[in-house]
Design a protein around this ligand. Sequence first.
Ligand code: CTP
Ligand code: CA
Length: 228
Amino acid sequence: LAASAASAVLAGIRMLVTSGPTHEPIDPVRYLANRSSGKQGHAIAAAAAAAGADVTLVSGPVSLPDPPGVRTVHVETARQMLAAVEERLPVDVAVCAAAVADWRPEAEGSQKLKKDGSGAIPQLRLTENPDILQTLSQHHTLRPRLVVGFAAETETVIEHARAKLARKGCDLIVANDVSAASGVMGGDRNRVHLVSPEGVETWAEMAKTEVASRLVAHIGERLKAAAR
Ligand code: CTP
Ligand code: CA
């Protein structure tokens, strides 16, 4: 009975999760990307589905299987990710765990860039990608009741996360230290701080799957508290 009660904390909740990197084409054979395995985002989608939510996962290119019980939409670029997300609105909860490329090449070459033998180096002009988390957080008509972002930081993790929370207007930031020494990137474990206007909650290091199920429980609590 305890298990079935715990498994239904998000029953009837529609949830969107972004996960993985995005790939921004330079030409037909090259792209610009972020380091991201998608493990944390996929684990959150799976945990939310296990908790009874109706989950859509919008995933960049990853080498993970689609999580069970989750509607998975595959995209490549940040602009495709935003379009796929907007297509699913309205939802109750959005969790943006994707490592979206902040910039993309201004123009995608239609043919492969070639070395011309002179040693000349191509100069890539970049342009900024749309911010999916910010678009959701500041949506005029279809803002989810709860918008959760991540912050990938290599230094002063909590300060940067607080600034992001304020700048983007989301309700909660899950901040993780992704410096090389932390082993978080590509690894199976994570150590996170939950940063919200109410304060900071630091969790012990644990498996990404465990972070996912605790985050889902935390989201359930927040929705319950907001409904009171
Ligand atoms: N994010 C997003 N769309 C973008 C960039 C980021 O949705 N174009 C989301 C990420 O999914 C994450 C949060 O914003 O939930 C923070 O991403 P992060 O890269 O840590 O922060 P940025 O705001 O991009 O700032 P910076 O990379 O300069 O630290
Ligand atoms: Ca970024």
